[in-house]
Write a protein that binds this ligand. Structure first.
Ligand SMILES: N[C@@H](CCC(=O)N[C@@H](CS)C(=O)NCC(=O)O)C(=O)O
Length: 218
């Protein structure tokens, strides 16, 4: 039995949800309120999600969780030996504009309550500066993002043309990009949108299912 504690918006948590769908593994989804410090601290000693409880044993770190779950090698995790550093570097560059654009909107989605929104904003503003300034600088972040998305398009091209297999790299990329769907000022190119919808299909993924099905842990 697998229990997954996750935040709906979190790209690292999305990696696990997408992978569990791809691997067709049933799990208990436990979306947690962002302000809930007690639950993760009790489980692993750190306030960091995702946490997967596999056969009663709580684990964090998305890629370690996936190593444990991917018994048959369907995620092609070995590709990280050769491409791990490159993808981390790209995700790092993508993360800045994506999160600066998305965070001020994420906190108004159904996942958040007044309490968790305040907690989230306060914590994230320490690193990124006031959210109202992020919103004012939207144009700059969109400009920063555009060439990076071209890089992503060049990478995923071969998969779209069926010239390579679906791997963990697709899950990692899609998980980071997915959050942009909430930003009203942003639109994916038709190519990227088709790619993300393909990932969604392959992984039998439904972003909102957890909110419809369950109660948030707050
Ligand atoms: N290296 C970790 C990163 C996980 C991570 O950064 N989680 C963030 C959410 S996206 C978190 O739990 N933050 C809690 C907090 O800062 O309060 C992984 O791959 O699982």
């Amino acid at each position: 039995m697998i229990e997954l504690y996750h935040y709906i918006h979190c790209p690292f948590c999305l990696r696990i949800r997408l992978s569990l769908g791809l691997l067709d593994l049933p799990y208990k989804s436990i979306p947690l309120g962002y302000e809930d410090e007690k639950t993760p601290l009790e489980l692993t000693g750190v306030k960091m999600l995702p946490i997967a409880v596999i056969n009663g044993k709580p684990m964090n770190e998305s890629l370690d969780i996936l190593k444990k779950l991917d018994i048959k090698g369907e995620l092609n995790l070995d590709i990280l030996d050769s491409h791990g550093e490159k993808i981390d570097e790209l995700l790092g560059r993508l993360g800045k504009p994506i999160h600066n654009l998305a965070m001020p909107y994420w906190m108004y989605t159904k996942e958040f309550t007044k309490e968790s929104r305040e907690y989230f904003q306060k914590k994230k503003e320490l690193k990124r500066g006031p959210f109202n300034e992020l919103v004012q600088k939207q144009e700059d972040f969109l400009e920063e993002l555009a060439p990076l998305l071209k890089e992503v398009e060049a990478l995923i091209g071969p998969f779209m043309l069926k010239q390579r297999d679906f791997t963990i790299l697709d899950i990692m990329l899609a998980s980071h990009l997915w959050g942009l769907y909430v930003v009203p000022e942003f639109q994916f190119s038709p190519f990227l949108h088709r790619y993300l919808q393909m990932v969604k299909k392959v992984c039998n993924f439904n972003y909102h299912q957890d909110l419809w099905d369950g109660t948030l842990g707050h």
